[in-house]
Design a protein around this ligand. Structure first.
Ligand code: UGA
Length: 437
């Protein structure tokens, strides 16, 4: 089977590589020449565990190719996936579809023979039909169908999410198109992956509804953490007690300084917009967005309070900058909203991140001292602040760090450590939603 993937970002690169691993002949097209050169040399522009090895082996066995040119390959393919970015449009929160529509135009003139054009980018309901209209207008003779095949992979676990998904969702109108996609995913039959065959609109909405629901769980537990602090309850007990109810489920009930990343913030806002434009209000998702913003603001107050509301001149050692571990992605990371406020109040920021410092330097203020060596960051520090739960931070030498610091303030916004242990170690420990000891 011949597959073309337009867009070599997270979703495009992982999908293309994994389809090649399934046995398809895959060509990834991207307009960014530098990125394509890098990929052709077996190097990947993002940090994603396991991906580079898989890209290299499929480059070596000729199953995977990268190019800037649409050329003949689109016409020769059975499937063309659109996997370009759909960032939040400035000002209104709507998904910016300009890259998707441009890709549709670019594909149109190259189509030859029957081709299935598949949207893998997260796109508002109705986009697949718009893609169809664009292609028909550009090339009235094209023999094609459109389909929607949203992607549910998580950064940091992308390969295993793609290779062992909970489900595959395929939306389409023609039996032929659904048949071609089912054939592409046939290797997953071995592990009995459920394949949901549905219409275009439902497939598009499943993606937004799934992300919005997961974001709802996070905002819910973050709201509960505030209540826990007010009444003296422990959010870990609450989360466990709720999560063991099979109807609720324990995943995505971990408190945090707010969800971030390239998906939840963008997709929740886009869902609110889609609802508004369809004449309905989405009150729950609107609240989820508000609670997330409030949680980030609440975290700043927590840090300030931990330092007696005197941030000026205080040296804060920040551990973790990316929006979550195992990625170098800084998009909508809590660090981006929290650190500038600390600097504004006069705090001196030192920062460490195992894989995100290069990306962080592009988006965070120049007034930050970045540390390559983790333990150097604690010397003479007034507070430790954990923002991302990288494994490297789970087993810190707490005795050694305390000796190196000026004070004993330890603020853990991922609740990695146990309050009892931190008290024993002599720290003034602050976390989220757990009683202070
Ligand atoms: C998310 C979804 O989990 C994927 O299924 C989806 O395919 C992807 O978006 C997308 O739309 O492309 P991702 O953004 O990579 O994946 O990361 P998650 O692991 O879902 O985490 C998102 C955010 O929620 C992070 O900031 C994380 O720290 C936060 N989170 C997660 C919590 O605060 N608490 C939790 O219990 C879980």
């Amino acid at each position: 089977m011949k597959v073309v993937i337009i867009g070599s970002g997270y979703v495009g690169l992982v999908s293309g590589t994994c389809f090649a691993e399934f046995g398809a002949q895959v060509t990834c097209i991207d307009t960014d020449k530098q990125k394509i050169d890098l990929l052709n040399n077996g190097k990947i522009p993002i940090y994603e565990p396991g991906l580079e090895e898989l890209v290299r082996s499929n480059l070596d066995n000729g199953k995977l190719n990268f190019t800037n040119e649409y050329g003949e390959i689109v016409g020769e393919s059975d499937l063309v996936f659109i996997a370009v970015g759909t960032p939040s449009r400035r000002g209104d929160g709507h998904a910016d579809l300009s890259y998707v529509f441009q890709a549709a135009k670019d594909i149109a003139s190259h189509l030859k023979g029957y081709t299935v054009v598949v949207n893998k980018s997260t796109v508002p309901v109705g986009t697949a039909r718009n893609v169809k209209r664009i292609i028909e207008a550009e090339n009235p003779n094209a023999n094609f169908d459109v389909a929607s095949n949203p992607e549910f992979l998580r950064e940091g676990a992308a390969i295993s999410d793609f290779m062992r998904p909970d489900r595959v969702v395929i939306g389409g109108e023609s039996e032929q198109a659904l048949g071609v996609l089912k054939e592409l995913y046939r290797p997953l039959n071995l592990i009995e992956t459920p394949i949901i065959l549905t219409d275009l609109e439902s497939a598009e909405l499943i993606k937004y509804a799934s992300n919005a629901f997961l974001a709802t769980k996070i905002s819910f537990i973050n709201e509960m953490s505030m209540l826990c602090e007010a009444v003296g309850a422990d959010v870990h007990a609450v989360s466990k007690g709720m999560g063991l109810d099979g109807r609720i489920g324990k995943k995505f009930l971990h408190v945090s300084p707010g969800y971030g990343g390239s998906c939840f913030p963008k997709d929740t806002k886009a869902l609110v917009r889609i609802a508004q434009e369809s004449g309905v209000t989405s009150r729950i998702v609107e609240s989820v967005v508000e609670v997330n913003e409030a949680q980030k603001a609440r975290m700043f107050k927590k840090i300030s309070l931990a330092l007696d509301d005197e941030l000026s001149g205080k040296v804060i050692s920040v551990l973790g900058l990316t929006f979550k571990p195992d990625t170098d992605d800084m998009r909508d990371a809590p660090s981006i909203s929290i650190i500038p406020k600390l600097i504004e109040q006069g705090a001196k920021i030192r920062a460490h991140d195992p894989h995100g410092m290069e990306e962080a330097k592009k988006v965070l203020s120049e007034n930050i001292d970045f540390y390559e060596n983790l333990y150097d960051i604690f010397k003479g520090s007034d507070a430790v602040l954990i923002l991302t739960e990288w494994n490297e931070y789970r087993g810190l030498d707490l005795d050694e760090i305390k000796k190196m610091m000026n004070t004993n303030v330890f603020i853990d916004l991922r609740n990695i450590y146990e309050p009892v242990l931190m008290k024993e170690k002599g720290y003034n420990y602050f976390c989220i939603g757990r009683p202070t000891l």
